[in-house]
Design a protein around this ligand. Structure first.
Ligand SMILES: [Cu+2]
Length: 117
């Protein structure tokens, strides 16, 4: 990218963010208390319900002794979680629906879903 396209891109991003904040009244009420826990070939809860149209800071804990990779094509997320670690995955305001996720390091053997409603 040239400097000019870079600055246009940056300006566009800033304007988009400002518009998003101004026109999305749900953006302010993010839920902070949702979590998933991977442990020894399991994930709890396997079905997690989140409020629709509300951004969520999802805590993902790996209580097992091997790394896991929280992955969801539908959510466009792919994050490695080391043993003993808790990470925060930012989930945008989601329309009502079901969003599957899985541990990619288990080749999909460990999986669950986020239900937005
Ligand atoms: Cu992956």
């Amino acid at each position: 990218m040239t400097i000019k396209t870079l600055s246009i891109a940056a300006t566009t991003a800033i304007v988009s963010l400002a518009l998003f904040a101004a026109f999305n009244p749900t953006a302010a009420r993010a839920a902070d208390d949702s979590s998933l826990r991977f442990d020894a070939g399991n994930v709890e809860p396997a079905s997690l319900t989140l409020p629709a149209n509300t951004p969520v800071k999802l805590k993902v804990t790996n209580a097992g002794n091997a790394a896991v990779e929280f992955e969801s094509f539908e959510l466009h997320r792919e994050r490695v979680v080391q043993p003993g670690q808790t990470i925060t995955v930012y989930i945008p305001a989601l329309p009502v629906g079901t969003y599957p996720f899985f541990d990619d390091f288990s080749h999909g053997a460990v999986k669950g879903e986020i239900v937005s409603r």
